[in-house]
Design a protein around this ligand. Structure first.
Ligand code: ADP
Ligand code: GLC
Length: 485
């Protein structure tokens, strides 16, 4: 099969959150099953062209006529590290190259809309230019949602793709790309065809996510529980009704993680390597981390970690509410993250005013590895969590997840108090600070009993969340789509 995998972020070139991890690892696993899968992303200014050996694709320059504007785009290419997977980069300085962040904080909404239209239409026209005709186009989140609208909705000027099927993966329904109708002029889409209540239209505006749900041949959510949740109002972000009506083409496939990148046995970014058979290196990692954050270097104090985008989704208000209970108590907490100012401020203040809660506000891949390795527990009290990779990485490093029962967290974590045999973490159900605090306290109590704790750590490390199983599920989905044509 030939597959084009389109994503705004792809690790290691440019990553903000889990979407980047998925786009940098799932295609490798699909490729290993014998498929010709190629990835396409914008050439953001922050991508290091020399480090990743980006090469020009000869004769790839084309001009897109978008409303009254001529936009020139071309292609560069390289491979995903340690693989044969070709990655294409759509080159345009105004829309992509001038940006050092994938999603700049103060970006004007109109510019953001234009940016992802240039990416979507540019990707399609560029693949046509180099004659790569995919059987499947796998789009991810709203940034690529215009692709199914072009191919299956407005259909103008895209005859090259009449035999291609579109799969749209929902990584996060909270971001939908909503904008005024006038953007359709820039998109060269005639409003009569698609700007209707059963098309793109959403309370008088254009909603690209909605368009993708309507027009894609298949929709996929990144865990089974999230696929159910998004059909109810609490998680549906206004699209639950539509998703319920379209659930005949909605599946849920759990994400995996790249077991070569996230591997405590061989990870070169951590203090000392370790495995389930010999956990002594994990203690060294803990001490190094405590030292780095100027915390008491005692192994007996439970060390909790967070690596996260600092946004409402992640349940950080629950944590802020119990900060008084946690501060100066017999635990340590390290937070690595960046995002909404209100959370950055809270964690900066706690860093200044407490002896045991320390945050680094920013994005730091090396430190993320060190936190996954050095902590005893990993906190993810999310309000909603489509899949969550943080808890999967934590499991791999024997760092016991404490999570809320939602989305992919519910699908991957087994509560130890409910299942003493297989438990790999701790779960609470209700979105409440009290429940979070109780659960942390429960975990800390068990941490003191070395034998029990080791049992939980080993259970965590023995979990299998590589891409092996899920890549096969994706391959089946692709095959069924081709069969259905
Ligand atoms: P989401 O995609 O919602 O952000 P996930 O748990 O699926 O959440 O994935 C987050 C990914 O981003 C993980 O690989 C995590 O380690 C990484 N990450 C998040 N914040 C940071 C940060 N500040 N520095 C380094 N890595 C981060
Ligand atoms: C999103 C979700 C997260 C998921 C990631 C990758 O950003 O918030 O839960 O793991 O995408 O699918």
């Amino acid at each position: 099969m030939r597959i084009l995998f389109a994503s705004a972020e792809v690790a290691p070139f440019a990553k903000v959150g889990g979407l980047g991890d998925v786009a940098g690892s799932l295609p490798k696993a699909i490729n290993e099953l014998g498929n010709d899968i190629r990835v396409i992303m914008p050439l953001w200014g922050c991508i290091d062209k020399d480090k990743f050996d980006l090469q020009d694709v000869p004769d790839s320059t084309i001009t897109l006529k978008l409303d009254a504007k001529n936009v020139s785009v071309s292609l560069k290419q390289t491979k995903l590290p340690d693989s044969d997977v070709i990655v294409y980069f759509v080159v345009n300085n105004e829309y992509f190259g001038s940006l050092n962040e994938v999603y700049p904080k103060n970006c004007e909404a109109e510019v953001e809309q234009e940016r992802f239209l240039v990416f979507g239409i540019g990707s399609l026209k560029l693949m046509e230019k180099i004659s790569f005709k995919p059987n499947i186009i796998h789009c991810n989140d709203w940034h690529t949602a215009n692709i199914p609208v072009y191919l299956k909705g407005s259909k103008n000027h895209f005859n090259f793709y009449t035999s291609s099927s579109v799969l749209f993966s929902i990584h996060n329904l909270a971001y939908q790309g909503i904008y005024g109708k006038e953007i359709l002029d820039f998109a060269n889409i005639s409003s009569e065809k698609v700007f209707t209540p059963d098309g793109l239209e959403f309370f008088g505006d254009v909603n690209w996510m909605k368009g993708a749900i309507v027009y894609s041949d298949q929709i996929n959510a990144v865990s089974k529980t999230y696929a159910h949740e998004i059909q109810i109002p609490e998680f549906g972000e206004g699209l639950d009704g539509l998703l319920g009506l379209r659930n005949y083409k909605l599946t849920g496939i759990l994400n995996g993680i790249d077991y070569n990148i996230w591997n405590p046995k061989s990870d070169s970014l951590i203090q000392t390597n370790y495995s389930a058979d010999d956990l002594s290196g994990k203690k060294e990692c803990k001490k190094a981390l405590q030292k780095k954050f100027k915390l008491d270097q005692k192994l007996s104090i439970p060390l909790l970690g967070i690596v996260s985008r600092l946004v409402d989704q992640k349940g950080l208000d629950l944590l802020a509410n119990i900060a008084n209970d946690l501060k100066d108590s017999s635990l340590q907490l390290i937070v690595l993250g960046t995002g909404d100012e209100k959370y950055e401020k809270i964690f900066r203040k706690l860093t200044k005013n407490t002896s045991n809660i320390k945050a680094l506000i920013g994005y730091d891949n090396n430190l993320a590895h060190q936190i996954y390795a050095g902590c005893d527990m990993f906190l993810m009290p999310s309000r909603f969590e489509p899949c969550g990779l943080g808890q999967l990485i934590a499991l791999r490093y024997g760092t016991v997840p404490i999570v809320r029962k939602t989305g992919g967290l519910a699908d991957t974590i087994i509560d130890y108090t409910a299942d003493n045999e297989l438990g790999n973490g701790f779960i609470f159900d209700k979105y409440s600070s009290d429940e979070l605090l109780d659960t942390i306290n429960k975990a800390i109590k068990l941490f003191k009993t070395k034998k029990i704790w080791k049992h939980i750590v080993i259970n965590a490390m023995n979990c299998e969340f590589s891409w092996q199983k899920s890549a096969l599920e994706y391959q089946n989905l692709y095959k069924n789509l081709i069969k259905r044509r």
